[in-house]
Design a protein around this ligand. Structure first.
Ligand SMILES: [Zn+2]
Length: 276
């Protein structure tokens, strides 16, 4: 079961999918609603649609925070029939439109050992690309409620979107902020990620509810602590690259577990070598 929506701020609800603790956010307007992220598969998205309908029957606009499978592979189930608008950053939209096979392959490779059934389902998932794209910023009217979509620069990917609901003081951060585990660095830009989080922090107040890609909602203090860890990591990568240290040594000193830290070090070196 996918779970149910819980209100975290005024007419802003979050459903946490149990398998990977992925957050889906539902913003209720007057006669319209906005759904941020669509989970991993047609099966998960069908259960998600049921959970949405338990809250509202209003027509949906969708947003994908980025193009990783657990945030967008449910698009076709939720927005194909009847067709509904789907928003994403222009590079996330391009990845879904131009090379869905790569996204399916990567999802399959990531899941096949531990979730073979879901991996097989993902390998056959029809990917519905976004209909509307954001370059830097766009403001939507969701039934009289302003919702701002912003790209804070490269971080978790090159195409992360942050969704701000100013009247409820909520920021949906996608995987730019992680609570359930360490940040995921496979497609990341570890030298630029701290700047993206600093930008995100400019949109907060002391009481902002920040919804991470995975895990419990957090406050700006939590984001500041993650920012400090990413600053330290970026510094280690730059110093290590200058001194020709092996990425394994960076990983051993980084403020993250060894495996993600090693991926981050390799990505950072690629950035500095101009091959990322
Ligand atoms: Zn991701």
């Amino acid at each position: 079961m996918t779970g149910r929506f819980v209100e975290v701020a005024d007419r802003v609800l979050v459903l946490r999918e149990p398998l990977f603790a992925v957050n889906v956010t539902l913003v209720l307007g007057d006669g319209e609603a906005l759904l941020v992220d669509t989970l991993s598969s047609a099966g998960q998205a069908t259960e998600l649609a049921t959970a949405v309908r338990a809250v509202t029957g209003d027509p949906l606009t969708l947003v994908n925070t980025h193009h990783h499978f657990d945030h967008c592979f449910g698009n076709a189930t939720l927005a194909a029939d009847p067709p509904r608008p789907v928003w994403a950053h222009e590079l996330a939209a391009a990845a879904m439109r131009d090379d869905p096979d790569r996204l399916r392959r990567e999802a399959y490779a990531e899941l096949r050992a531990e979730q073979p059934e879901l991996a097989a389902e993902l390998a056959d998932t029809v990917l519905l690309p976004p209909t509307d794209t954001v370059h830097v910023e766009a403001t939507l009217d969701v039934g009289g409620r302003a919702v701002v979509l912003r790209h804070p620069g490269r971080g978790h990917t090159d195409a992360d979107l942050v969704v701000q609901v100013p009247d409820a003081d909520v920021l949906v951060a996608g995987d730019l902020v992680e609570q359930a585990g360490p940040p995921a660095f496979e497609d990341s830009y570890p030298l630029q990620w701290p700047d993206a989080l600093a930008e995100l922090l400019r949109w907060t107040t002391p009481t902002t509810v920040v919804i991470p890609g995975h895990g419990e909602p957090v406050d700006p203090e939590f984001v500041r602590a993650q920012h400090a860890q990413l600053v330290e990591l970026a510094w280690l990568i730059r110093a290590g690259h200058t001194g020709s240290a092996p990425p394994e040594r960076i990983a051993a000193e980084a403020p993250f577990p060894a495996r993600p830290a090693l991926i981050a070090a390799r990505r950072g070196y690629a950035e500095l070598d101009g091959t990322a």
